[in-house]
Design a binder for this molecule. Structure first.
Ligand SMILES: Cc1cc2nc3c(=O)[nH]c(=O)nc-3n(C[C@H](O)[C@H](O)[C@H](O)COP(=O)(O)O)c2cc1C
Length: 368
């Protein structure tokens, strides 16, 4: 397969795999696609460890790193050393008691007194993502991707100075144009079907609009779970596909067992776009957590990054408890067709084989 994207990165297959799990990233790159490690959950030191491991396991194949530098968030103008303290004072007491009452109703125990304090900002802000970018650029990465807006122009320049290409996720043609203005090399056009932060336009409608709006190559994202969907994305004008949910259930993934089981059983109706995780709309597994935030008693969600600061301890408590009905996580609509555990390599090869079958089928239709 050959597109501008395979030429740009020297990869055999225009298949990009977003994952927070280093084993998945390395396996997809080794299989001929490109793994992209989500840096969000890692401190700079942890990210250093993950990337050193990938360097040792990727057989010299290209891979990427993804950070989250939102175009807008509460406290963006606060000095970095005052950020957490000042943001904490902006969380209303009523929101804190809503969360506490919800957990009490479901019998979720407190964290142990000696539990680690957790990290309330993760990489959700410019201030917390920049150190991750610095770490990433010390490694032989081929791609730096950004979610939730165009990356800052100085970060694009820094990446380019290191010979690293830059991608950004767009959910409207207007976003895509802004990204190209700051110099991104690849636009990931992500439809509403996608897991994680996502817009309102479906992949089918979005991709041709973005392809027509920009000159750089476009990757189709959101709802790509098999080779037929890959062929559809390419038919719409994309030069590759960017996938996320698909890797949550592969053998290599470090997805908690309970979450893996629920994804394997879920249908495509079991996700919902909800602000209850971070304050910006993200597609999550639908459950009693997401429903509670939509209920009459809900105080409404807070803007990013306050919502995650509000709920981060609660999510850790839920994760350690028996309250599976409250455990929510990002997942796209394609979880409805994900019902077996395979290796990442098998998933990559399966995409390619089914893509080929889809093209043959279309050729037969045309020939008849
Ligand atoms: C569990 C999960 C976490 C995600 N986290 C991020 C993230 O931190 N940064 C990002 O750019 N995209 C993130 N995404 C979105 C993916 O990069 C990708 O665009 C999306 O999964 C594509 O749609 P699909 O889920 O239908 O494959 C996440 C997706 C999932 C499923």
């Amino acid at each position: 397969m050959r597109t501008r994207v395979t030429d740009m990165f020297g990869i055999e297959l225009p298949i990009f795999a977003f994952s927070h799990c280093r084993d998945v990233v390395a396996a997809v790159s080794r299989a001929g696609g490109m793994g992209v490690l989500g840096a969000l959950y890692f401190t700079p030191d942890e990210l250093e460890t993950e990337l050193a491991w990938i360097d040792d396991h990727v057989d010299g194949r290209p891979y990427g790193v993804d950070v989250v530098m939102p175009a807008s968030y509460a406290g963006a103008d606060f000095p970095a050393d005052e950020l957490v303290g000042r943001l904490q004072t902006m969380i209303p007491e009523g929101h804190r008691s809503f969360v506490e009452n919800l957990l009490t109703r479901h019998g979720v125990p407190e964290l142990a007194a000696d539990a680690d304090p957790g990290r309330v900002l993760l990489g959700w802000t410019d201030a917390t993502a920049r150190p991750q970018v610095e770490v990433a650029l010390r490694h032989p990465i081929a791609l730096l991707a950004n979610a939730l807006g165009p990356p800052p122009a100085d970060v694009v320049k820094l990446a380019h100075d290191h010979g690293v290409k830059v991608a950004a996720l767009a959910s409207t043609p207007r976003h895509a144009l802004k990204q190209v203005e700051v110099g991104v090399d690849v636009v990931v056009a992500q439809g509403t079907e996608a897991g994680g932060h996502t817009g309102e336009i479906s992949t089918m409608v979005l991709i041709p609009q973005v392809v027509d709006a920009v000159d750089v190559p476009v990757l189709a994202a959101g709802g790509i779970g098999n080779g037929r969907q890959m062929a559809a994305g390419m038919a719409l004008g994309a030069e590759g596909v960017w996938t996320g949910s698909l890797w949550l259930t592969v053998e290599e993934a470090d997805t908690p067992e309970m979450a893996r089981r629920r994804i394997l059983q879920a249908t495509s109706r079991d996700t919902v776009r909800s602000r209850s995780w971070t304050g910006k709309p993200a597609r999550l597994l639908r459950n009693e957590w997401t429903e509670a935030w939509e209920s009459q008693e809900s105080p409404g969600t807070l803007p990013m990054p306050l919502q995650f600061m509000l709920v981060s301890d609660a999510l850790r408590r839920i994760g350690r408890s028996e309250a599976a009905e409250l455990a929510t996580f990002p997942a796209g609509q394609i979880i409805g067709i994900m019902n077996q555990v395979r290796s990442a390599k098998d998933v990559v090869f399966g995409l390619v084989e089914e893509y080929g079958d889809a093209l043959e089928r279309l050729e037969r239709i045309t020939a008849d």
